[in-house]
Design a protein around this ligand. Structure first.
Ligand SMILES: [Fe+2]
Ligand SMILES: [Fe+2]
Length: 263
């Protein structure tokens, strides 16, 4: 099974990158499943049904999120209907709308996508992401092919998670920092792992947000609201291409797919 997973999609520039790239990458690599983190896809904060429809139209099948999942009212109303194709972090303590994991069948194999949130340098009250993984794995059963998005700030926490679930899951991607890491590899027991996918968004930006607004907010300490740049000329899409043996559930290949698109 071949799949593509893209990091945090930031606003219209991020969506433009995927709209351009996903159809050709799907064809080029004969991909079975395309996933993306959409916590910043609606103008930088949250997602909306329109955004999901736009990304589905270009060939993205499944969506994970993170701490910004509930920042858009339309997105929250969508989550209240429990959509099957969108997951939110499973291990927040406070009850928030949305499902933490979803199951689907790909080429006759039961695939589960689980979304977890980190506890180091992150806001919100949580249960252990480690014990939460155990709990969900027990629920879905050992026959499931597990894909995990661990949305977390600390690289060390994500790396420890890779050791915790190696041999029990097929893929672990880190998201949230918006900065891609160069450590994509197969772990000793067959887990494909990367500490952070990076983002899909404007190239000349600060983590996908307008750099001038970010300068005002961070360097000048002004109370400005960040938003993606409106007219970027270049957009970046960061993600990975993974190959997983459907019988053994072991990953056989992981490589970075980082592309720049001129609009
Ligand atoms: Fe993000
Ligand atoms: Fe985040």
């Amino acid at each position: 099974m071949k799949l593509l997973y893209f990091g945090d999609v930031v606003g219209k520039p991020g969506r433009a990158a995927l709209t351009r790239l996903v159809p050709e990458l799907r064809k080029q690599y004969a991909v079975d499943l395309v996933l993306a983190n959409i916590e910043n896809s609606a103008h930088g904060f949250g997602f909306s049904p329109e955004v999901v429809a736009e990304l589905e139209a270009c060939g993205v099948d499944l969506f994970s999120t993170g701490n910004h999942a509930w920042k858009n009212g339309e997105g929250v109303r969508m989550l209240e209907k429990n959509p099957k194709q969108v997951v939110v972090p499973e291990n927040y303590l406070d009850p928030l709308p949305g499902r933490g994991y979803t199951e689907l069948e790909v080429n006759g194999t039961k695939v589960v996508l689980l979304n977890l949130i980190g506890e180091v340098f992150m806001e919100g009250r949580t249960q252990s992401p480690f014990r939460t993984f155990d709990r969900i794995l027990e629920k879905v059963g050992p026959e499931a092919l597990m894909l995990v998005d661990f949305h977390a700030e600390a690289t060390g926490e994500k790396r420890v998670m890779s050791w915790y679930i190696d041999g029990r899951a097929s893929l672990l991607v880190g998201t949230h920092t918006h900065v891609p890491t160069a450590d994509a590899h197969i772990m000793p027991l067959g887990l494909a792992y990367v500490t952070d996918l990076g983002m899909c968004g404007a190239t000349e930006s600060s983590l996908g947000m307008n750099k001038d607004l970010a300068l005002k907010k961070v360097a000048d300490e002004l109370d400005v609201r960040l938003e993606p740049p409106t007219e970027p000329t270049t957009v970046t899409a960061c993600g990975i291409l993974v190959d997983i043996d459907e019988v053994t559930k072991l990953a056989t290949k992981i490589e970075r797919i980082d592309r720049e698109v001129t609009l």
